[in-house]
Design a binder for this molecule. Structure first.
Ligand SMILES: Cc1ncc(COP(=O)(O)O)c(C=O)c1O
Length: 480
């Protein structure tokens, strides 16, 4: 069949036409109807374009890893373990890699039993396997609002219903969680798990306080609920005191040096070493671990022995914490540059988080500005519109996720400036079309949200108008 190259400018990324989709319609499983494209996948295409400054991806800066070291480690794997590197490995992961995982977790103060680890193809696979193991169509997952944009398509692929709880500066408020749990209980529904990113939230940029961590574990124990603790960023702390993982707090509650029996922990080498390795892990109660293992057998049999051996070689070659320190000082500087740029270009028109670590800042624009449309208007710069972090695809429309870690300082400044310029233009357009003064900022006493304006079109509707008539690129971006 001839492949269409329309719509993406690159044959590899071409989208099927409506006609092509219709031809196969009767074959697709019901679950595919709810499947959404990950905002991040869309953004990966943009990040490959040299003319675009991407503040969108969840990218660490891999250019900081010395090529000579990469070559040395690969040579070592070749010299010592070619046959094993090229062979299938155990589904649960190689022993030498699990030893590295135990070491990484100990660095966060979390002691684990190597027998309760499964090595996965990135942390992303943990989310997929947990859903595969626990979720039947219509089951409930409780998550933060916003939540990790990469988890949203996974949740929808498994036809979960997602209850999202709005965070504040200390993460998920546990009293709000309890209210949701009470309501669900009254409806006869028990969530399959609570999904949380306690450290330097992606995309929220906030960290769950110690008091809330303790209370969350108590609530999980009182109600016998599983928690999926997604923690890719815990070791990327730029200031403040490290906080214990939910896993370790729950293990403490179990007592007698035991393991947590309600927390499934997700870790990854992606942010402390490299996402190209595609290696993450889960630590889970044995019964859950067994099911994850069965699910993984059906997915990919095992994670790459080649990259597992690379990790083991890296950990035995040197102290992995040294590179982590390099990353931390680089990212800390970039975070500060982005905070300054936001002050300069968004000041008075938005609010944003000030993360103590991680990769992301979450900015929320004043007024009715829709960031999906703003993205279409922001020339040569990409960010993740807030809607991608909500399962309903509608909430979070005036927020955006900005990555500071994978971007050079000058590009951070230029990128934020360009978004600020587009923001000025967009607010001006709204003013012209709606007859309002068109000032960029909406103060506390300004007009209500579009939903509250009766039959008046909201700004999001107004801005569905084609904004540029150039090469159709803005439209394509909006359609993605
Ligand atoms: C919160 C969160 N969970 C999971 C992942 C998946 O990471 P990976 O599959 O690269 O380990 C990411 C990646 O950005 C993330 O931010």
């Amino acid at each position: 069949m001839k492949r269409s190259t329309s719509g993406a400018g690159d044959g590899r990324a071409a989208r099927p036409t409506a006609h092509e989709l219709a031809r196969y319609e009767g074959l697709f499983a019901a679950r595919t109807r709810g499947m959404k494209s990950s905002a991040m996948r869309e953004m990966m295409a943009l990040t490959e374009r040299p003319d675009v400054i991407s503040l969108a991806g969840g990218l660490p800066d891999t250019s900081t890893f010395a090529p000579e070291l990469y070559a040395k480690l690969m040579s070592r794997v070749a010299a010592e373990s070619t046959a094993r590197a090229l062979q299938y490995g155990p589904t649960e992961g190689m022993e030498s890699t699990v030893e590295c995982i135990v070491e990484v977790m100990a660095a966060e103060g979390t002691m684990i039993d190597p027998g309760e680890v499964i090595v996965t193809t990135g942390g992303q696979q943990v989310i997929d396997l947990v859903c595969k193991t626990l979720i039947d169509p219509g089951d409930v997952i409780v998550a933060e609002a916003p939540t990790y944009p990469g988890a949203v398509p996974t949740f929808s692929a498994y036809q979960a219903e997602v209850e999202q709880i709005e965070m504040d500066g200390d993460g998920m408020p546990i009293d709000a969680l309890e209210s949701v749990l009470d309501r669900l209980q009254a409806e006869g529904r028990r969530p399959k798990f609570i999904y949380t990113i306690p450290n330097f939230h992606n995309p929220g940029g906030v960290t769950m306080s110690l008091a809330r961590r303790r209370r969350l574990v108590e609530v999980a124990r009182e109600r016998e609920l599983l928690v999926l603790e997604d923690n890719p960023y815990g070791l990327l702390r730029y200031e403040g005191e490290p906080l214990p993982t939910l896993y370790s707090l729950d293990a403490e509650a179990v007592g007698r040096g035991g393991a947590s029996d309600l927390v499934i922990y997700l870790g990854t080498f992606s942010k402390i070493l490299s996402p190209g390795l595609r290696l993450g892990w889960a630590v889970a109660p044995r019964a859950v671990l067994e099911k994850l293992n069965l699910g993984k057998q059906g997915a990919d049999l095992c994670s790459s022995p080649m990259t597992q051996l690379f990790v083991a070689a890296y950990f035995s070659d040197r102290d992995w914490r040294v590179y982590l320190e390099t990353l931390k000082s680089l990212y800390r500087r970039r975070r500060d540059v982005m905070l300054e740029a936001l002050e300069e270009h968004f000041g008075g028109r938005a609010s944003w988080t000030r993360p103590e670590g991680g990769l992301f800042i979450w900015a929320t624009l004043d007024g009715n500005v829709d960031t999906t449309d703003l993205l279409a208007r922001s020339e040569g710069v990409a960010f993740v519109p807030g809607r991608a972090a909500y399962a309903d695809g509608r909430s979070g429309s005036s927020s955006m996720r900005l990555n500071f870690a994978g971007v050079a300082e000058d590009d951070i400044r230029a990128g934020v400036r360009r978004i600020g310029e587009a923001l000025g233009g967009q607010a001006g357009l709204f003013g012209a079309l709606s007859g309002s003064s068109g000032g960029p900022a909406r103060g506390a006493d300004a007009s209500p949200e579009p939903e509250q304006q009766g039959t008046e079109p909201g700004l999001a509707d107004v801005l569905q108008l084609p904004l540029r008539h150039d090469d159709g690129e803005s439209r394509r971006r909006r359609d993605r």
